[in-house]
Design a protein around this ligand. Structure first.
Ligand code: DSN
Length: 479
């Protein structure tokens, strides 16, 4: 552990240097820390990275081009980048028990693109090259190249539907993945909100996807990856898991056995900044069969690697290998369950009736509100969440009927189950006291709402009180 003094000095000095060039940026950085310290952050996909992780990003590694892989670069002078990339990959392999880790993706969508194109290269491109008896695409005839491009663009993906909690990058039309693949979705059982594995198997048999994707950004339950792999195998699909949301729970060994994707999936993608608590970025894990294709991620679909972020990944992954990370991961789930129980006890409706991961999805139609109204009313009261569709949502993806809340960030601050119950009280108070508003012509609005500002202020103060006993970055003072 570094001394609190060292951390304060590091951030203060950095701000002083920045302020000398563009004071407004230094001020915004300081203001962001103040805002984060004061708000009850319940966004399920956010966290607070450690000072060491943050500091690893702000340096001259940012200046280096390093296309290629460790020891095999397209640029000279990458010896120090090699060190941090190799370290990050080694920590990732050890942490997750994966035989190969690729730590260059800049984000979750990038990690998914790397995975999609590794699978396409393995399952479509390589056989085409073999058939044409050539080594690489540049050696194909124009006719064979045209045929291969058609074939690459004519593949199928089966993933979880958006309103059931799936992710836009799993083949949905507004995202590049939806333009690349012919996509079908599996949803959840309307009665329970849970994945019905028999229905997934039926959809796979009918659709025969090249890729079966599991993973979610708003499903509050565990997924049985052993069963999903069996389904994939039964139709010859490559099984891919996007564990961006719950990577911290896998790293912390809360999700083990059938619920740990790494031993079951052909390929696993993740972000590094959510429950894993690292820098903003992505990562791909796989076995030896796909390793070479995955390593072609840059320049296949990625721009030059971000060595400063890979350095921070190495730091954060080293932190996640420490024994206290497992305790942190378990507390994330304990807190989410306490939050869910607190909300249920006060009368809230939760999708699936609870949670066994880091997130809770409140169906705010039970309060007579849209997700958008609820999100804004909570924000007025110092509680930061995001609106999210619920299964079969009548209000669509913009207004929605849900509020997604998650505990990775507040758990990092040190809040525990008692504070989660107090948080449930604050959320319920705001939602039960908010009413839908009207448009100027008197018609009901899906965005406007009425909430007594005095109540919002009171809840805001209560939220600040709750946080005051668990200061954010207590070791860092900027003044
Ligand atoms: N935007 C992330 C989330 O909030 O879940 C996923 O990409």
């Amino acid at each position: 552990m570094s001394s609190p003094n060292a951390e304060s000095t590091a951030f203060r000095s950095a701000l002083e240097v920045i302020r000398a060039v563009e004071p407004r940026v230094a001020d915004a950085i300081g203001a962001e820390l103040a805002d984060q310290r004061e708000s009850l952050k319940l966004i399920a996909s956010e966290n607070y990275a450690s000072p060491a992780t943050l500091l690893a990003m702000g340096n001259w590694f940012s200046d280096k081009y390093a296309e290629g892989t460790v020891g095999r670069r397209f640029y000279a002078g990458c010896q120090n980048v090699d060190t941090v990339e190799a370290l990050a990959a080694e920590h990732a392999r050890e942490l997750f028990g994966a035989s190969h880790a690729y730590v260059q993706p800049h984000s979750g969508i990038d990690a998914n693109l790397v995975a999609f194109w590794a699978i396409l290269a393995d399952r479509v491109e390589s056989p085409a090259l073999k058939r044409a008896q050539v080594r690489q695409v540049n050696d194909l005839t124009e006719e064979d190249w045209f045929a291969l491009r058609r074939e690459l663009g004519d593949q199928r993906m089966l993933g979880m539907s958006l309103d059931a909690g799936g992710h836009l990058t799993h083949g949905f039309r507004p995202n590049i993945s939806g333009k690349m693949f012919d996509q079908r979705s599996y949803g959840t059982d309307p009665a329970t909100g849970l994945i019905d594995y028999d229905r997934v198997a039926e959809a796979a048999r009918e659709f025969r996807p090249l890729i079966l994707v599991a993973g979610y950004s708003a499903y509050p339950r565990k997924v049985n990856f052993r069963i999903m792999r069996e389904i994939a195998d039964s139709v010859g699909a490559t099984f891919m898991v996007d564990m961006a949301h719950f990577a911290g729970l896998v790293a912390g060994k809360v999700f083990t056995g059938d619920f740990d994707p790494v031993p079951h999936a052909h390929i696993v993608t993740t972000t590094t900044h959510k429950s894993l608590r690292g820098p903003r970025g992505g990562m791909v894990l796989c076995g030896p069969e796909l390793a070479d294709q995955v390593d072609r991620g840059c320049p296949m679909v990625l721009g030059g690697p971000l060595p400063h972020v890979m350095a921070a990944k190495a730091v954060a992954l080293a932190e996640a290998r420490r024994p206290d990370f497992a305790d942190y991961a378990q507390r994330i789930v304990d807190n989410a369950q306490a939050l869910a129980e607190g909300l249920l006890r006060r009368g809230a409706t939760l999708v699936t009736g609870g949670t066994d991961n880091h997130l809770v999805l409140i169906d705010v139609s039970g309060y007579g509100l849209t997700g958008r109204q609820a999100e804004q009313a909570l924000l007025d009261s110092g509680i930061v969440t995001n609106r999210n569709a619920v299964p079969q949502d009548p209000n669509g993806a913009w207004y929605t009927s849900g509020i997604r809340i998650g505990t990775p960030a507040l758990t990092t601050r040190g809040l525990g189950t008692a504070e989660m119950d107090a948080t449930a009280e604050l959320i319920h108070t705001v939602l039960s006291q908010t009413t839908p508003g009207s448009n100027a012509d008197g018609t009901p609005s899906k965005a406007k709402y009425v909430l007594d500002p005095a109540l919002a202020d009171k809840v805001s103060r209560q939220a600040t009180d709750l946080l005051s006993t668990h200061p954010l970055y207590p070791s860092v003072t900027l003044a």
